[in-house]
Design a protein around this ligand. Structure first.
Ligand SMILES: *[C@@H]1O[C@H](CO)[C@@H](O)[C@H](O)[C@H]1NC(C)=O
Ligand SMILES: *[C@@H]1O[C@H](CO)[C@@H](O)[C@H](O)[C@H]1NC(C)=O
Length: 266
């Protein structure tokens, strides 16, 4: 039996306002005409078994998913990549007929060479020549070796304090706007390897910072959006800016804060 977690489905809002003033063109002219499919197959937590990860991704493509959402920090891009290859073959479609998103992890921020190295690794692991969309996973960098921590800090409401963790790891201080430099490095990535670049988990302040620093808007912003976290004002801001929003955990998150509203998983 094939098991799909409802938590690993990413749902994407297609870019809207295509005819309104100020609507966004892709930052990097896409070499392909595929637009971001409305529904995607998420690969977070597909780590129980490499074979099952491969089979799930392959089966998703065979059943009709045309967007696969990946990230370096999920630790499964090799198995996911095998699934993509298998799914394409079995569905008898080509790479250009699917949309693949991946995400830059926090330990490869700022330096353009580091950012490009992370992209190169992801492409190698996924077995692909290019990504349709590459996102900055979090608006904060960490020092090397901190792969499994979501080491973000709050920046919007002073006083600025790191969120406490049991085993704190060194973070690049988010009082700075190091993520603007990371964004600069991302928009300079080779166009033939990433068709679009975007962000994930940014606050309004952080979004303003990167646009202010570079004049370049993200193609898409992936964030948690679902019935318990609707973020309507924030979505309206994106509509006005012409930035596509991709909802993660669209059917609800495993966060214990929702514990009495759904099954607890952590
Ligand atoms: C992998 O999937 C098979 C069924 O295809 C199942 O029996 C097995 O328990 C799964 N393995 C893991 C580690 O989840
Ligand atoms: C696979 O797709 C190609 C091109 O669309 C088509 O010509 C071919 O018949 C398909 N093969 C199978 C086994 O369906």
């Amino acid at each position: 039996m094939r098991v799909f977690s409802i938590f690993s489905i990413a749902l994407a809002a297609t870019p809207v306002l295509s005819s309104s003033p100020g609507s966004q063109q892709p930052i990097l002219a896409p070499a392909s005409t595929l637009s971001q499919p409305s529904i995607g197959f998420g690969t977070w937590r597909l780590t129980n078994s490499q074979d099952n990860t491969t089979e799930s991704v392959s089966f998703a493509i065979q059943t009709g998913y045309r967007q696969i959402d990946c990230a370096a920090v999920y630790g499964n891009e090799k198995a996911v990549g095998k699934g993509i290859a298998d799914g394409l073959k079995k569905a008898n479609i080509t790479r250009e007929q699917i949309w693949v998103t991946s995400k830059l992890w926090n330990d490869h921020h700022e330096d353009p060479a580091l950012v490009e190295e992370a992209l190169k690794q992801t492409l190698e692991d996924l077995g692909l020549d290019y990504l349709d969309l590459y996102l900055m996973h979090w608006p904060v960098g960490s020092e090397g070796g901190a792969k499994n921590h979501l080491d973000y800090v709050e920046v919007d409401s002073p006083p600025l304090k790191p969120i406490p963790f049991e085993n704190p790891i060194p973070c690049i201080d988010s009082h700075t706007d190091e993520f603007s430099q990371t964004w600069r490095s991302m928009i300079a990535l080779p166009q033939e390897k990433v068709l679009h670049v975007g962000i994930s988990n940014f606050s309004p302040h952080q979004l303003r910072k990167i646009i202010g620093a570079t004049g370049v808007k993200p193609f898409a912003h992936q964030m948690e959006v679902h019935p318990y976290l609707q973020q309507t004002a924030w979505l309206a801001t994106h509509q006005a800016l012409g930035i596509a929003v991709t909802a993660y955990s669209p059917l609800g998150n495993a966060n214990p804060i929702y514990g009495d509203k759904g099954p607890r998983r952590c």
